[in-house]
Design a protein around this ligand. Structure first.
Ligand SMILES: *[C@@H]1O[C@H](CO)[C@@H](O)[C@H](O)[C@H]1NC(C)=O
Ligand SMILES: *[C@@H]1O[C@H](CO)[C@@H](O)[C@H](O)[C@H]1NC(C)=O
Ligand SMILES: *[C@@H]1O[C@H](CO)[C@@H](O)[C@H](O)[C@H]1NC(C)=O
Ligand SMILES: *[C@@H]1O[C@H](CO)[C@@H](O)[C@H](O)[C@H]1NC(C)=O
Ligand SMILES: [Cu+2]
Length: 590
């Protein structure tokens, strides 16, 4: 008996020792990132918060103003690296040698200033960074969309982005040029704000990034997608905070087993805030924690009336803040899981896990917990009726203007697969910035493939999207949250869900076509932000293949005084570079 007991203990010590010893070094899997390790710090509001007694229940975040802003400065060096997030070494493109990239933190009302240095070599390429979900009121040029708000940052050049942390919550930044986001160019944004009623927490665990991973280089992937017929290229694995595992006997690429799981530290009896972000390229993610329910308290940047669930689904671009009660014992170890939906995306290894360690659990403990069962039907993400913003805003019942957007897939005249928006695939002219033209009154926009929709001075816009394809599309609007009024299949009957306070967010997934009935979604937004705003599918291969339109909003109110020198310089340097070097543009450019 005693002998057996001792043997069991040493077996378990050995097992722990092995799991530690055999995990690859963090430097090899994730470079300079410490996310997902036990050393990753808990987050707290930064010093010098300026939100005073503003509350999420009584403040309209879209119009809130702040007097004393603190500037939070970051330097982003963008470069190619070779990393093995799941044990398979492949080329990536990242910031500061880290995958996932550095987390930007600020307090609500601060100014964020990021100096982006393009150090991309082997081969050289342009780049740009978009700050997903931030409104960019008065700073439309800082939105990071090549051909629209700036030219790509030329190799060896820099661009200083400066914009307001205009709303509290969780988001992310990512490359917006030529599919670079799928190569690893992304990271989290955390903007601290006041506590929300009914959503209090004790511990801020920080970002939990969920992302599908391709072993093929992002440029090669795009070439594959452009071929005819439309290719379904499966992702190879799935990652939590950039970590996952892969069965090396199933690949001929350089591969080391046991890359190691991400780890998160919980405390028994405490409430934990997790900031979930789907930073993936294509996959719809179903997230669960074994034996734990949680409260969903924020969707995208919008605080919602908390609801309890044991599974949350996020499409690429979407975020959710959840509060998890630490119901485990101090010695527990528990699996966190996220599964790519196998019907709504193609994935060779859709499931992955991370480890939650309570405070006295061995850091090498491997959980034995069982997965939470759930049902997933029809690529749906969330119930419109279940999600209610804490700060109510009713959309105008009769919008000032209306547009239909029909989504189809086809082949263009040179034999490339493309996504058609009302019959037109988008293709950028990356040698100019359309917004700089609009600011000086030039709205000729002579090329139809720029897909510019000019809504003039209309106070609000309603859009009915119809998806004539069997894949869902997470649609993201820049510069705004939109209301989601209705969704379904076939014909919209005109009814609106929660008409006095529909869910608002910046990314919503349009349902796939079912039995010849198009999936539809009806969204509406107020034209309160003069500029040109991107509206596109957040599946990288779709936007690369033309799934994109430009919303020109209140052109007469775009001030030419707002054109920063940085934008003019980005175009001068880019055009000089493009003159001297052969620049390829295989995809749509964004
Ligand atoms: C890894 O893949 C090989 C080859 O397909 C298979 O035989 C083996 O069972 C797999 N190992 C695991 C742990 O799944
Ligand atoms: C897993 O299960 C084994 C056998 O039931 C047990 O000895 C071990 O402590 C468990 N591990 C954890 C981390 O709970
Ligand atoms: C078709 O799409 C490809 C890929 O974006 C592009 O290179 C090509 O110019 C397009 N052809 C036409 C006729 O627009
Ligand atoms: C409102 O938008 C429509 C396009 O949907 C446009 O044709 C019209 O000119 C706009 N009206 C004003 C007053 O700008
Ligand atoms: Cu899409």
């Amino acid at each position: 008996m005693t002998v057996f007991f001792v043997a069991a203990i040493s077996a378990s010590i050995l097992l722990n020792a092995f799991s530690n010893a055999f995990s690859l070094p963090q430097m090899e899997t994730n470079g300079e990132s410490i996310l997902g390790t036990v050393d990753s710090p808990l987050l707290e509001p930064l010093e010098g918060s300026s939100w005073g007694d503003m509350s999420l229940e009584t403040t309209n975040v879209y119009t809130a103003t702040f007097s004393d802003a603190v500037v939070r400065r970051y330097t982003f060096n963008v470069a190619r690296v070779s990393l093995a997030p799941d044990g398979v070494t492949s080329p990536m493109i990242v910031v500061n040698g880290a995958f996932p990239g550095p987390t930007i933190e600020a307090n609500w009302g601060d100014i964020i200033e990021v100096t982006v240095n393009n150090q991309i070599q082997g081969p050289e390429a342009g780049t740009s960074i978009h700050w997903h979900g931030l409104l960019q009121h008065d700073t439309p040029f800082m939105d990071g969309v090549p051909s629209v708000t700036q030219c790509p940052i030329a190799p060896g050049k820099s661009f200083v982005y400066r914009f307001k942390a205009d709303r509290p919550g969780t988001s992310w930044w990512h490359g917006h040029f030529a599919a670079q986001t799928a190569g690893g160019l992304h990271g989290a944004i955390v903007i601290h704000g006041p506590p929300q009623n009914g959503a209090q927490y004790d511990v801020d665990i920080g970002p939990v990034l969920l992302s599908d991973r391709y072993h093929i280089d992002y440029r090669t992937l795009i070439q594959g997608y452009l071929s005819v017929p439309l290719q379904l290229i499966p992702s190879d694995s799935n990652l939590i905070n950039g970590k996952g595992t892969f069965n090396c006997s199933t690949t001929s690429l350089p591969c080391k087993p046991d890359a190691g799981y991400s780890k998160f530290m919980f405390q028994s009896g405490k409430r934990h805030l997790l900031r979930l972000i789907n930073s993936g390229a294509e996959g719809l993610q179903h997230f669960t924690i074994d034996n734990h329910e949680f409260l969903v308290v924020e969707l995208d940047f919008v605080s919602i009336i908390p609801f309890k669930t044991n599974k949350i689904t996020l499409s690429p671009g979407q975020r959710a803040n959840i509060v998890v009660q630490g119901t485990g014992k101090p010695s527990d170890a528990v699996w966190m899981r996220t599964d790519i939906d196998p019907v709504c995306a193609t994935a060779t290894n859709p499931k992955t896990r991370a480890i939650i360690l309570y405070e006295t659990a061995d850091h090498g403990a491997i959980p034995n917990t069982t997965a939470t069962p759930y049902t997933a039907v029809g690529c749906t993400t969330y119930e419109l009726s279940q999600t209610t913003p804490v700060y109510a805003i009713a959309p105008p019942p009769k919008p000032a203007t209306h547009i239909d957007l029909d989504i189809t897939v086809g082949v263009n005249d040179t034999g490339h697969t493309q996504w058609y928006m009302n019959g037109s695939p988008f293709r950028a002219d990356i040698n100019q910035a359309l917004l700089a033209r609009a600011a000086v009154g030039d709205t000729a926009f002579e090329r139809p493939e720029w897909n510019v929709y000019n809504f003039g001075s209309n106070s609000s816009v309603r859009m009915l999207m119809r998806n004539y394809h069997i894949s869902p599309h997470p649609m993201h609007l820049h510069g705004h949250d939109f209301w989601v009024l209705a969704e379904g299949h076939g014909e919209w009957d005109g009814s609106v869900v929660n008409p006095s306070n529909p869910i608002r967010r910046d990314t919503h997934q349009v349902l796939p076509m079912v039995d010849d009935k198009p999936g539809y979604a009806v969204i509406e937004w107020e034209q309160d932000n003069p500029g040109i705003w991107a509206f596109h599918c957040h599946i990288f291969s779709h936007s690369s293949l033309g799934f994109y339109i430009n919303i020109l909003e209140r052109q007469a109110d775009i001030q030419d005084t707002l054109i920063p020198n940085a934008v003019t310089n980005s175009c001068t340097s880019w055009n000089e570079y493009a003159m001297k070097n052969e620049v390829e543009q295989p995809d749509s450019g964004i």
